[in-house]
Ligand binder design. Structure first.
Ligand code: FES
Length: 103
């Protein structure tokens, strides 16, 4: 069952090509804007728990700031040759607020 909670205001979301960290109800989230589309991933890289929200965007992936693993922002899948993935959280806009489903 979906559990929609307020992540931030739409105005606080990252600009195109930027990524930032956020936390809601104890869940750390990497929030990124790829080509004008927002995506939310689990913030912790499965390699050594690097903070993805402190990384950067290349193409449609966020790059971990510690050892440069790349994760697709839509699927959470790491790019070849890494066979790992992170959770992707659904997002929606309601009024001025950006909501995330952390269920
Ligand atoms: S902690 Fe993310 S690539 Fe190593």
């Amino acid at each position: 069952m979906a559990q929609w909670v307020r992540l931030c205001s739409v105005a606080e979301a990252p600009a195109v090509g930027h990524v930032q960290e956020a936390e809601v109800d104890g869940v750390a989230i990497c929030l990124a804007n790829v080509n004008g589309e927002l995506s939310a991933l689990d913030n912790w890289c499965p390699h050594r728990l690097g903070p993805l929200g402190q990384g950067w965007i290349e193409g449609d992936a966020v790059i971990c700031p510690w050892h440069s693993w790349a994760f697709n922002m839509k699927t959470g899948q790491a790019e070849y040759p890494v066979h790992e993935h992170v959770d992707v959280f659904p997002l929606k806009v309601e009024g001025d607020n950006l909501l995330v489903d952390i269920e």
